[in-house]
Design a binder for this molecule. Structure first.
Ligand code: PGA
Length: 268
């Protein structure tokens, strides 16, 4: 089964509406329509609506960085998945920054995954171990706990669409020095991606495990993108810092296009 590559730019809490619109404009100038690559942008909640009007839908899709799992009610300050369902295709759920700074625990993340799917939004579920967990060789346990809890309420057909992002917390940049931060090596990423597919296969069977897209995030940029994207089982990237720079981000898309062209040639 051929899985479509997906690159998701996580703009985090950067760029006001005007700056977001400008970045989209630049990306639009630098990125072509790619039939085999999905290019997804995750601006701030505030910029989603204006960008949804500006965006060239043949090139880009939008993702929310977060939303609340209840559809409507007295929850001051929150925005629900049902409110953004007509604007976004995807929603990033369980990002390590949300787990860390906003105390998002496993049950909340599980409820958000279910709410996204209920509202026809595809979850980009982030999983990954912290530095101390990595050093204590707890990567597999952490991934297993985070993943199995998050998807525990889903039916097999709902898994097919899911995007899982492996984001080792120790490899995520501070957004500024995204080029020279410690990075996870492609073979390390490959090991975890294989493990994630094993978990999915065990719970939902081989077909689901083959269908689910697994991407990598953590200091990815135009320079190292190719090395991850040619790695067996890696279906895309979730760059943060590099997604704020249109040349870097366009470079990542170009790397994905090179990998796709190679795959096409090999298939002939
Ligand atoms: P980074 O962020 O590419 O700046 O490391 C990735 C992420 O946190 O999603």
């Amino acid at each position: 089964m051929k899985r479509k590559k997906i690159i998701v730019g996580n703009w985090k809490m950067h760029l006001n509406v005007h700056e977001s619109s400008l970045l989209l404009h630049r990306l639009n100038q630098n990125i072509k329509v790619h039939r085999n690559i999905e290019v997804v942008l995750a601006p701030s909640m505030l910029a989603l609506q204006p960008l949804s009007v500006q965006i060239d839908r043949r090139k880009f899709r939008l993702a929310a960085q977060n939303a609340y799992f209840v559809d409507e009610g007295a929850f001051t300050g929150e925005v629900s998945f049902s409110m953004i369902r007509d604007i976004v295709h995807y929603a990033i759920i369980g990002h390590s920054e949300r787990r860390l700074y906003f105390n998002e625990g496993l049950p909340l993340i599980r409820d958000k995954v279910a709410a996204a799917i209920r509202n026809d939004i595809v979850p980009i579920l982030c999983v990954g171990e912290t530095k101390s967990e990595y050093e204590a060789h707890e990567t597999k346990r952490v991934i297993h706990d985070q993943l199995t809890t998050a998807i525990s309420n889903l039916a097999s057909r709902e898994i097919d669409n899911l995007v899982i992002a492996y984001e080792p917390v120790w490899a995520i940049s501070n957004g500024i020095n995204f080029a020279n931060h410690v990075i996870a090596k492609p073979d390390q990423v490959a090991g975890v991606v294989t493990y994630i597919r094993e978990i999915i296969a065990e719970l939902y069977g081989d077909r689901a495990s083959e269908a689910v897209r697994i991407i990598y995030g953590g200091s990815s940029n135009a320079e190292n993108a190719y090395s991850y994207l040619v790695t067996e089982g890696v279906d895309g990237l979730l760059p943060g810092g590099a997604s704020l720079n249109y040349l870097e981000f366009s470079g990542i898309i170009a790397a994905a296009a090179r990998v796709e062209a190679l795959a096409l040639k090999e298939a002939k």
